[in-house]
Design a binder for this molecule. Sequence first.
Ligand code: NAP
Length: 399
Amino acid sequence: MTHRVAIVGAGPSGFYAADGLMRTNPDLHIDIIDRLPTPHGLIRAGVAPDHQGTKAVARQFDRLLARPDVRFAGNIEVGRDLSWDELTTGYDAIIVATGMVIDKKLGVPGEELPHVWGSWRFVGWLNGHPDFRQGPDLGKVKSVAVIGNGNVALDVARVLAKSADEMAKSDIVPEAGAAIAAAPLTDIHVIGRRGPEHASFTNNELAEMGRLTRAVAVTEPKGLDAAPPASDPTPERLRKIKNLEILRGFANNKAGTKPVTVHFRFHAAALAFKPGVVEFTPNTLKGGKLPADLVVTCIGYGGEEFPKREDVFPVGWAKRGPTGTIPTNRAESHAVAQQVLAWLDERDPKSGPDVLPIAVDAAGWHRIDKHEIAAGAAKGRPRVKLTDWQALLDVAQGG
Ligand code: NAP
């Protein structure tokens, strides 16, 4: 008898946990369960569609699915198709890698208006997530407010700012790509509630904003001589110093010299959203207002509840909150895998029946993958995603 481990959530932290388990104990039986018919979590639904280099790690994850004792079980929602109790009966340990999939709210008036979008939903639309097939109406969108100073805010601003040519090798869903290309966009405002010395952009991502063909990045020189907090650890200080240097470069640019201008604005906390306008704390932006036909809030995420028991081990964002890049998860998930192995070492394997309902398995996923890659090849793209839930299931089942 071998131990059985369920990993709930087939995103990067779940796959890295499986990798950590298999490296030490290749005899384990591992089931990687996801509510979507497709694996890869944030790699597929969160990483921006033009960052294909980051998405390439998915190939490593697929190699794990080829192992005889690792099963993929897609289209299974724990809590709906299988209870947490059933899971705990059927498995010796459960790793929760469900990430964070709920947009954090600012809690200001007007947040429920149709032109105000949370980044999870917006990026899900760009990335073909089957829950978010309907995007915003960009037909009359000239000015966009992107709230937040993290990499997600940069992803959103960059994908909106790039030309159709710059997006040609991406896997953005065609409807979203076409809507962005056709929008009368002229201004994108990336807005931080604190100063530039606190922004959590990473250097490469910020610098990329200065290399766009259809957009120029600009900012006010005021405040760019600020020093990062002395209490920050050295790598953080160095990152922020470099960000300030990049922003000083943007301050030399002129708005309007390319079709789209990306304005980096600081010290502005949104107070209210009204149709076409964002109101800010007084004395920050000129007049305390900005025109915005679309608002995308990129201010972090919340997660869903899961049982807290000693045989349940959270990893990734479900464990530590929505911070860190994809590679951050590797070492952390490997460390949790070691905790799981130590826990299993002290217990005999359970001998109950297989509790997993019929699901989209690895072969089903490979059929979806092949279908999407073939659809992409016809258009010179890495893939064209299936976004309709039933179409995903039909293709997975060989239809
Ligand atoms: P983040 O880096 O934590 O940034 C969140 C931003 O939201 C911060 O600027 C924060 O400002 C702001 N914010 C939070 N609450 C707010 C409020 N109530 N009002 C106004 N602003 C508010 O998170 P993220 O951008 O969502 O990214 C999540 C993680 O994924 C990060 O670790 C990021 O680096 C990573 N990621 C990486 C990439 C990449 O490597 N290319 C791409 C996307 C995401 P304060 O600082 O003032 O709190």
